[in-house]
Design a protein around this ligand. Sequence first.
Ligand SMILES: [Zn+2]
Ligand SMILES: [Zn+2]
Length: 263
Amino acid sequence: MNAVRRWLRSLYEAMELSSPGCLFCGRPLQYRREQEPGLCLACQDRIAWVQGEVCPRCGKPLHGRDGPCADCARRPVPFAFNRAVAVYDGIWKELILQFKFYGRRELARPLGWWMAGTAMRWGIRERAHALVPVPLHPRRLERRGYNQALELAIQVRERTGVPVVEALARTREPGGPQSLRQAAARRRSMRGAFVAWEPALVEGLTLVVVDDVYTTGATLDAASRALLRAGAREVLGLVAAVGLTDLDLADGGPEGGDGRGHP
Ligand SMILES: [Zn+2]
Ligand SMILES: [Zn+2]
């Protein structure tokens, strides 16, 4: 009897070890949809997924108002549209911060997996020729060890089959002071921040700029302009999260801001 009990215990321990817990709360995963990367259902239920009507341009939820949203109505945007998985809040925001600032590179998998789902839901997979990650300045890349946008793009490629093309380069250290919280100022500071270094890579193509968070659109604006200038036919955006207000720009994480922050 003891032998059976010991055997059961070792079997149980082996199962525990072989199934890593929820990436957010650590609880054992009771149930997992096919290939879905490890967030328990309780955590998934607490994420503010972008559902229902969204702004036809930036992809922020409209909450019953007419689109485009007030921000997009005020200015023309160079990209066709942007789409996001969830609102930059709660668990989803925490996952992104850990992914970007705490070296939890493995979180690219769940974030990118759901981004791929968003790309499929909005017909981005069929429309796009390539995914273009927002580049990180070389100095930041060295400090962080990885470009979070590239990590996400690779995960999106895994699930959608759309190739990744690193078509953009940074022309200068991003940024300006952290107090640049106004959308217009943020956009001015990003102007000319990117260049498509090899026009042959983008000419005539529909490209999806991949980034972690969209708030003011300053990054996607600047990236889109660089790609269109180099001859791209059309630019779309795909992000893990949309920030709802400019207040999100104040939240630069422990590095004291990402430079490109969360525009
Ligand atoms: Zn959980
Ligand atoms: Zn909008």
